[in-house]
Design a protein around this ligand. Sequence first.
Ligand code: AHG
Ligand code: MN
Ligand code: MN
Ligand code: MN
Length: 332
Amino acid sequence: DHTKLALPVGTTLDRFIMRKQEDFPYATGELSQLLRDIALAAKIVNREINRSGLIDIAGAYGSQNVQGEDQQKLDVIANIRFIRALRNGGEVCTIISEEDEEMIQTGNNQGKYVVAIDPLDGSSNIDVNVSIGTIFSIYRRVSPTGAEGTEQDCLQTGTHQVAAGYVIYGSSTMLVYTTGNGVNGFTYEHSLGEFFLSHPNISTPKTGAIYSINEGSSEYFSEGMAAYVAYCKQQSFSARYIGSLVADFHRNLLKGGIYMYPATRKAPNGKLRLMYECNALAFIVEQAGGKSSNGRTRTLEIEPKSLHERSPLFIGSSELVEKAEEFLAAEH
Ligand code: AHG
Ligand code: MN
Ligand code: MN
Ligand code: MN
């Protein structure tokens, strides 16, 4: 167990990455470079988001993604910016993105890493100035370098992630990530163009009084799901649901709480995608002392079968997730 490098708040992300690299004697700096490439793209997307409404990048793009969702202009812009930053960084051979049906080959066939990304999470909130995010998950490729990445490289279980994180473009812009040694949060200072360590060693409360679920789908909840929501109300929990997974997750991570996107009769596997939404946040929440499952199976142990497969998600404070799983189990 690595001694948690107690770096002072205010350390820049670059210095933090360099210092933390000492945790990985075998590391040759590629993962560090990859994290810097992601931070660069986050700064660029942050600037586009802050200008949306002023320049013509708000609104629908006029095409649909493989999920059958109408792509927003910022969905497409964020996707292009992250793919370009990862391609130019040279460390990533293949990318899977919510916005592209097929694997994206970067041409960096010597790259040792694969990235799964949700470039813009919470698209329905883009034009109404509500917090949105980016979610990313990083794997080491299993195929030999020197050729394009394979589907096998992309469909690894969540336990094989080497890093995962998210950006939240909210009242402030933050980058939160883990490399398997705890979770650290960095806040962006626009005037300096730097991320500064603001939330070292984040640990999530083991219980909480916030539940996040779209109760508009109550008609389609299973008995157990309906019973758990009723339980939350009996406990006088606060209902908080922003409609951006990253924003709901981040609030619950810091305050304690549970976010749920269940299987419903309308959506038998829920709505959220395993590879670039569920797995990344599941790695983070476990590193912060919380839990994540599909209601029965630990999210990180779900065997992926396809790039864009969906999974129900119950994620947050360990005691709340365990309680929800009890209610769901009771229905059988
Ligand atoms: P995305 O914008 O990347 O497609 O993700 C949207 C997701 C998630 O961010 C949010 O929590 C959820 O969809 C909201 O879904 P409902 O509107 O069905 O509640
Ligand atoms: Mn979408
Ligand atoms: Mn999303
Ligand atoms: Mn998205």
